[in-house]
Design a protein around this ligand. Structure first.
Ligand code: FMN
Length: 193
Protein backbone atom coordinates (compact mmCIF):
# COMPACT_ATOMS: atom_id res chain seq x y z
CA UNK A 1 0.00 0.00 0.00
CA UNK A 2 1.40 3.43 -0.93
CA UNK A 3 1.87 6.06 1.76
CA UNK A 4 -1.00 8.09 0.27
CA UNK A 5 -3.34 5.09 0.25
CA UNK A 6 -2.38 4.19 3.81
CA UNK A 7 -3.05 7.76 4.92
CA UNK A 8 -6.45 7.79 3.19
CA UNK A 9 -7.41 4.43 4.69
CA UNK A 10 -6.43 5.58 8.16
CA UNK A 11 -8.27 8.86 7.71
CA UNK A 12 -11.37 6.82 6.81
CA UNK A 13 -11.08 4.75 9.98
CA UNK A 14 -10.57 7.85 12.10
CA UNK A 15 -13.50 9.74 10.62
CA UNK A 16 -16.23 7.09 10.52
CA UNK A 17 -19.22 7.76 12.65
CA UNK A 18 -22.71 6.40 12.57
CA UNK A 19 -25.33 8.14 10.48
CA UNK A 20 -28.83 7.63 11.85
CA UNK A 21 -31.70 6.53 9.66
CA UNK A 22 -33.34 9.93 9.49
CA UNK A 23 -30.17 11.33 7.90
CA UNK A 24 -30.01 8.68 5.16
CA UNK A 25 -31.25 9.21 1.61
CA UNK A 26 -31.17 7.49 -1.78
CA UNK A 27 -29.14 6.25 -3.45
CA UNK A 28 -28.16 3.22 -1.46
CA UNK A 29 -25.15 1.13 -2.39
CA UNK A 30 -25.28 -0.84 -5.63
CA UNK A 31 -24.86 -4.62 -5.81
CA UNK A 32 -21.17 -4.15 -6.58
CA UNK A 33 -20.67 -1.75 -3.69
CA UNK A 34 -22.49 -4.08 -1.32
CA UNK A 35 -20.26 -6.89 -2.49
CA UNK A 36 -17.17 -4.82 -1.63
CA UNK A 37 -18.60 -4.12 1.82
CA UNK A 38 -19.19 -7.82 2.42
CA UNK A 39 -15.67 -8.61 1.20
CA UNK A 40 -14.42 -6.12 3.80
CA UNK A 41 -16.56 -7.83 6.45
CA UNK A 42 -14.97 -11.14 5.50
CA UNK A 43 -11.53 -9.69 6.33
CA UNK A 44 -12.45 -9.61 10.03
CA UNK A 45 -10.20 -11.73 12.27
CA UNK A 46 -11.85 -15.14 12.35
CA UNK A 47 -10.31 -17.86 14.51
CA UNK A 48 -10.41 -21.16 12.57
CA UNK A 49 -12.27 -19.48 9.71
CA UNK A 50 -15.71 -20.27 11.09
CA UNK A 51 -17.41 -17.27 9.42
CA UNK A 52 -19.85 -16.98 12.35
CA UNK A 53 -22.12 -14.49 10.58
CA UNK A 54 -24.15 -13.91 7.47
CA UNK A 55 -26.06 -10.97 6.08
CA UNK A 56 -29.56 -10.59 4.66
CA UNK A 57 -30.24 -7.62 2.36
CA UNK A 58 -33.54 -5.82 2.79
CA UNK A 59 -34.26 -3.39 -0.05
CA UNK A 60 -36.96 -2.41 -2.50
CA UNK A 61 -40.36 -3.85 -1.70
CA UNK A 62 -38.93 -6.08 1.05
CA UNK A 63 -38.75 -2.93 3.20
CA UNK A 64 -42.57 -2.94 3.38
CA UNK A 65 -42.50 -6.43 4.86
CA UNK A 66 -39.82 -5.41 7.33
CA UNK A 67 -41.99 -2.43 8.25
CA UNK A 68 -44.92 -4.77 8.97
CA UNK A 69 -42.72 -6.88 11.23
CA UNK A 70 -41.39 -3.82 13.08
CA UNK A 71 -44.98 -2.68 13.65
CA UNK A 72 -45.97 -6.11 14.95
CA UNK A 73 -43.00 -6.15 17.34
CA UNK A 74 -43.77 -2.59 18.50
CA UNK A 75 -47.45 -3.31 19.21
CA UNK A 76 -46.64 -6.62 20.93
CA UNK A 77 -44.06 -4.76 22.99
CA UNK A 78 -46.72 -2.35 24.25
CA UNK A 79 -45.98 0.66 22.03
CA UNK A 80 -48.78 2.97 20.87
CA UNK A 81 -49.96 3.00 17.24
CA UNK A 82 -48.17 6.32 16.74
CA UNK A 83 -44.87 4.92 18.04
CA UNK A 84 -45.35 1.77 15.97
CA UNK A 85 -45.60 3.99 12.88
CA UNK A 86 -42.23 5.49 13.79
CA UNK A 87 -40.85 1.96 13.87
CA UNK A 88 -42.35 1.31 10.42
CA UNK A 89 -40.56 4.40 9.16
CA UNK A 90 -37.32 3.07 10.68
CA UNK A 91 -37.66 -0.10 8.62
CA UNK A 92 -38.47 1.66 5.38
CA UNK A 93 -36.43 4.85 5.27
CA UNK A 94 -32.92 3.54 4.63
CA UNK A 95 -32.35 2.59 0.97
CA UNK A 96 -30.68 -0.64 2.06
CA UNK A 97 -30.89 -2.45 5.38
CA UNK A 98 -28.47 -5.28 6.07
CA UNK A 99 -29.59 -7.75 8.71
CA UNK A 100 -26.67 -9.16 10.70
CA UNK A 101 -27.24 -12.79 11.63
CA UNK A 102 -24.76 -14.52 13.94
CA UNK A 103 -24.06 -18.24 13.64
CA UNK A 104 -22.30 -19.04 16.90
CA UNK A 105 -21.18 -22.60 17.53
CA UNK A 106 -21.18 -22.53 21.33
CA UNK A 107 -19.84 -26.08 21.53
CA UNK A 108 -16.88 -25.54 19.23
CA UNK A 109 -13.86 -27.48 20.58
CA UNK A 110 -11.30 -24.79 19.71
CA UNK A 111 -13.04 -21.43 19.42
CA UNK A 112 -15.17 -20.29 22.37
CA UNK A 113 -18.34 -18.31 21.73
CA UNK A 114 -16.82 -14.98 22.82
CA UNK A 115 -14.18 -15.24 20.11
CA UNK A 116 -16.85 -15.89 17.51
CA UNK A 117 -18.82 -12.85 18.72
CA UNK A 118 -15.62 -10.79 18.43
CA UNK A 119 -15.46 -11.87 14.79
CA UNK A 120 -19.08 -10.80 14.23
CA UNK A 121 -18.27 -7.39 15.70
CA UNK A 122 -15.21 -7.08 13.47
CA UNK A 123 -17.27 -8.04 10.43
CA UNK A 124 -19.98 -5.48 11.00
CA UNK A 125 -17.38 -2.81 11.79
CA UNK A 126 -15.46 -3.57 8.60
CA UNK A 127 -18.71 -3.37 6.65
CA UNK A 128 -19.48 0.04 8.15
CA UNK A 129 -15.95 1.26 7.48
CA UNK A 130 -16.13 0.08 3.86
CA UNK A 131 -19.48 1.85 3.46
CA UNK A 132 -17.93 5.04 4.87
CA UNK A 133 -14.93 4.72 2.54
CA UNK A 134 -17.34 4.59 -0.41
CA UNK A 135 -19.19 7.71 0.73
CA UNK A 136 -22.16 5.99 2.35
CA UNK A 137 -23.49 6.48 5.84
CA UNK A 138 -24.71 3.72 8.08
CA UNK A 139 -25.68 2.75 11.56
CA UNK A 140 -25.96 -0.56 13.39
CA UNK A 141 -29.30 -0.84 15.19
CA UNK A 142 -31.02 -3.48 17.25
CA UNK A 143 -33.54 -2.96 20.07
CA UNK A 144 -35.69 -5.48 21.84
CA UNK A 145 -37.43 -6.33 18.55
CA UNK A 146 -34.47 -8.51 17.56
CA UNK A 147 -35.83 -11.02 20.08
CA UNK A 148 -39.40 -10.90 18.76
CA UNK A 149 -40.34 -14.38 17.48
CA UNK A 150 -41.71 -13.08 14.16
CA UNK A 151 -38.47 -11.26 13.38
CA UNK A 152 -36.32 -14.15 14.54
CA UNK A 153 -38.32 -16.50 12.36
CA UNK A 154 -38.12 -14.12 9.41
CA UNK A 155 -34.33 -13.80 9.53
CA UNK A 156 -32.88 -16.81 11.34
CA UNK A 157 -32.40 -20.51 10.74
CA UNK A 158 -32.35 -22.73 13.84
CA UNK A 159 -29.34 -21.94 16.04
CA UNK A 160 -28.81 -18.48 14.57
CA UNK A 161 -29.13 -15.14 16.39
CA UNK A 162 -30.45 -11.93 14.89
CA UNK A 163 -28.00 -9.27 16.07
CA UNK A 164 -29.70 -6.33 14.39
CA UNK A 165 -29.66 -4.30 11.21
CA UNK A 166 -27.23 -1.97 9.52
CA UNK A 167 -29.09 0.89 7.86
CA UNK A 168 -27.21 2.14 4.78
CA UNK A 169 -27.68 5.08 2.45
CA UNK A 170 -26.28 8.39 1.31
CA UNK A 171 -25.80 10.88 4.15
CA UNK A 172 -28.21 13.78 3.70
CA UNK A 173 -25.78 16.27 5.19
CA UNK A 174 -22.22 16.25 6.45
CA UNK A 175 -22.58 15.18 10.06
CA UNK A 176 -21.11 17.33 12.76
CA UNK A 177 -18.10 15.64 14.26
CA UNK A 178 -18.83 13.77 17.46
CA UNK A 179 -16.69 14.94 20.32
CA UNK A 180 -17.70 12.41 22.93
CA UNK A 181 -15.22 9.69 22.00
CA UNK A 182 -12.77 8.63 24.70
CA UNK A 183 -9.16 9.60 24.17
CA UNK A 184 -6.75 6.83 23.18
CA UNK A 185 -4.89 7.34 26.46
CA UNK A 186 -8.08 6.48 28.36
CA UNK A 187 -8.05 2.91 27.11
CA UNK A 188 -4.33 2.13 27.04
CA UNK A 189 -1.92 1.47 29.84
CA UNK A 190 1.48 -0.13 30.05
CA UNK A 191 1.35 -3.71 31.21
CA UNK A 192 4.00 -4.43 33.83
CA UNK A 193 3.09 -7.46 35.85
C1 FMN B 1 -24.77 -4.78 17.91
C2 FMN B 1 -25.07 -3.32 18.06
C3 FMN B 1 -26.38 -2.90 18.25
C4 FMN B 1 -26.68 -1.55 18.40
N1 FMN B 1 -27.97 -1.16 18.58
C5 FMN B 1 -28.27 0.16 18.69
C6 FMN B 1 -29.61 0.60 18.82
O1 FMN B 1 -30.56 -0.19 18.81
N2 FMN B 1 -29.84 1.92 18.95
C7 FMN B 1 -28.81 2.84 18.94
O2 FMN B 1 -29.07 4.04 19.04
N3 FMN B 1 -27.53 2.45 18.80
C8 FMN B 1 -27.23 1.14 18.67
N4 FMN B 1 -25.93 0.74 18.53
C9 FMN B 1 -24.86 1.77 18.58
C10 FMN B 1 -24.74 2.54 17.25
O3 FMN B 1 -24.64 1.66 16.15
C11 FMN B 1 -23.50 3.45 17.25
O4 FMN B 1 -22.33 2.70 17.26
C12 FMN B 1 -23.49 4.41 18.42
O5 FMN B 1 -24.59 5.27 18.30
C13 FMN B 1 -22.20 5.24 18.49
O6 FMN B 1 -22.05 5.99 17.33
P1 FMN B 1 -20.71 5.92 16.48
O7 FMN B 1 -20.73 4.60 15.74
O8 FMN B 1 -20.80 7.11 15.58
O9 FMN B 1 -19.58 6.03 17.42
C14 FMN B 1 -25.62 -0.60 18.35
C15 FMN B 1 -24.30 -1.02 18.15
C16 FMN B 1 -24.03 -2.36 18.01
C17 FMN B 1 -22.59 -2.79 17.79
Amino acid sequence: MSTDAAGAALQGLLSRQSVGIKHLREPGPSDEQLQRMVEAALRAPDHAGLVPFRFALVRGDARERLGDLFVQAAIDGGKSQADAMIDRERAQRAPVTVAVVARIDSGHPLVPAHEQWACVGGALTNLLNAAHAMGFGGKMLSGSKVRHPALQQAFCEPGETLLGWIALGTPADSPSRKVNKPRAADVVREWQR
